[in-house]
Design a protein around this ligand. Structure first.
Ligand code: ADP
Ligand code: MG
Length: 339
């Protein structure tokens, strides 16, 4: 019998990979914002229409790309961020899989403009469903702009699966907030349907949190700080009296990357023991710095889950640090007054 196995053409492979990387407009937001951060931008604009269903555009003033890279960036496994397998154990960038742009370009209409500071002319590229439609030299600002339109144009099932504008915009905001919180040293702007939703000046962690969540955030926060050999913990936690019924603002960052961890969440909650009324949730903004070789980021395509070498030690250090702050700032138990 003749053999029946074939290698899939690139555009099909890209479309399959896209299924994992791009769930909704917010996934595009995350990937483009992270690329802008990796490009060392100090000013990043996110422009969104119809919660990203019609347009997601990210404009940065970062290092840009030369004409060769401008085309190459849309290939799968094309990355400037790692070169060797061992680099996977010392990741200092948000990206490294070289997958996002290839995936996005496989399932959307993409227009890119990019220029490096030293070049007079930049590059303008249009790519739709992995097909290059145009590539021209162009007069463009330094940095890079990606505009993504018609997301899922060739995957109707995915497109139909998108939720209401309200819900999709919530997801977009979540991604925007996570990146903005991780990088207070970058000026971020978010424009939705033509109006400015956020304009976050360059600042420090505390000010960035306050700028994002406004209200009385500042007086609600208590600093956390602890440095050991395996981790440096810093950030802010909410005073118990400001705890909320729903999971409020709860953020972990590891080496400037937003991550989810039910294990570390438990460490924080347990430090609040006796200080919270039943079912109430504290806010926290906790930044962990660990040596890159002690974590594995490559366990999920979106990289929001990571593996730590010594999770138990981290748990204990984090719990102690939070407990210490709560004690230091004279946070008295509130339970007894209520009974
Ligand atoms: P990764 O971020 O994992 O490397 P991507 O597909 O997101 O993969 O991007 C591929 C490459 O394109 C990056 O490694 C980078 O060299 C280049 N690139 C992407 N976005 C930008 C940008 N905003 N500015 C400069 N270069 C970029
Ligand atoms: Mg990337």
């Amino acid at each position: 019998m003749s053999s029946i196995i074939q290698l899939l053409p690139d555009h099909v492979a890209n479309q399959i990979a896209a299924g994992e990387v791009v769930q909704r407009p917010a996934s595009v937001v995350k990937e483009l914002l992270e690329n802008a951060v990796d490009a060392k931008a100090t000013d990043i604009k996110l422009i969104v229409k119809d919660a990203g269903k019609s347009l997601v555009q990210v404009v940065d003033n970062g290092i840009g790309m030369n004409v060769t890279d401008a085309r190459l960036c849309f290939e799968r496994h094309a990355t400037s961020k790692i070169r060797h397998a061992e680099d996977l154990f010392s990741i200092h960038t948000k990206g490294f899989r070289g997958e996002a742009l290839a995936s996005i370009a496989a399932i959307a209409h993409v227009e890119m403009k990019t220029r490096q500071a030293e070049d007079e002319l930049g590059t303008h590229i249009i790519i739709e469903g992995s097909k290059f439609i145009a590539q021209d030299p162009a007069v463009v600002p330094k940095g890079t702009s990606f505009a993504i339109k018609n997301l899922f144009f060739n995957i109707p099932a995915r497109r139909n699966f998108l939720k209401s504008e309200h819900i999709e915009f919530r997801h977009v905001m979540d991604e925007f907030q996570r990146v903005a919180l991780a990088h207070p040293g970058i000026h971020f702007t978010l424009i939705h349907n033509g109006s400015e939703t956020f304009n976050l000046p360059i600042s420090n962690q505390r000010q960035r949190i306050v700028n994002l969540f406004a209200g009385k955030t500042n007086e609600k926060l208590v600093p956390v700080q602890e440095t050991t050999e395996i981790v440096s913990v810093q950030g802010f936690i909410g005073k118990p009296e400001f705890a909320k019924k729903n999971k409020g603002e709860q953020f972990f960052f590891v080496n400037d990357r937003y991550i989810r961890s039910s294990y570390l969440h438990h460490a924080v909650l347990s430090a609040y023991e006796g200080l919270l009324k039943e079912g109430m949730q504290p806010s926290y903004f906790i930044y962990l710095d660990v040596p890159p070789h002690t974590i594995d980021i490559n366990i999920h395509p979106t990289k929001t889950e990571i593996k730590f070498d010594d999770e138990q030690a981290l748990y204990a250090i984090l719990r102690a640090a939070v407990k210490h702050s709560l004690g230091q700032f004279n946070v008295a138990p509130v339970l007894d007054f209520e009974r």
